[in-house]
Design a protein around this ligand. Structure first.
Ligand code: ZN
Length: 130
């Protein structure tokens, strides 16, 4: 099993900043220069990189996703979370970040966000540094 981060989400749809947890995994891995893969092994949650300075950015992303993919829209999937699956595919299940001198190379405003689309739940995020 790859190293993993646990994320406990509090609402149905939510973005959680996991940058410091991912950095911790990078530091523990003891690899100075390489690549960090962050992978979400769920079908109704994803991961993305975007602005972490202004929380309104995440609010806007989630509001627009809900507008594009409303919770109820005559879906065929009977579990009642078809929108969560679609949002996950739009956002994606993994991101890759360059590691230099044991640090994630992110832009000034960039943060790594776990994206919950069918919470609240206990989730896992896999991290591999190499
Ligand atoms: Zn489902």
């Amino acid at each position: 099993m790859p190293n993993s981060i646990s994320v406990k989400t509090g609402s149905r749809i939510e973005m959680v900043d996991i940058t410091s947890s991912v950095q911790k995994e990078v530091s523990t891995a003891g690899i100075a220069d390489g690549i960090c893969v962050v992978y979400v092994p769920h079908t109704t949650a994803g991961v993305t990189i975007n602005e972490g300075a202004d929380p309104a950015v995440c609010t806007d992303i989630l509001r627009k996703l809900n507008e594009l993919v409303p919770p109820n829209d005559g879906y065929r999937h009977m579990e009642g979370n078809a929108d969560s699956h679609i949002k996950t595919s739009l956002i994606g299940s993994s991101v890759m970040v360059i590691v230099e001198n044991g640090r994630l190379v992110l832009g000034t405003w960039q943060k790594i966000f776990f994206c919950e689309f069918d919470g609240p739940r206990s989730r896992k995020v896999y991290v591999r540094v190499g």
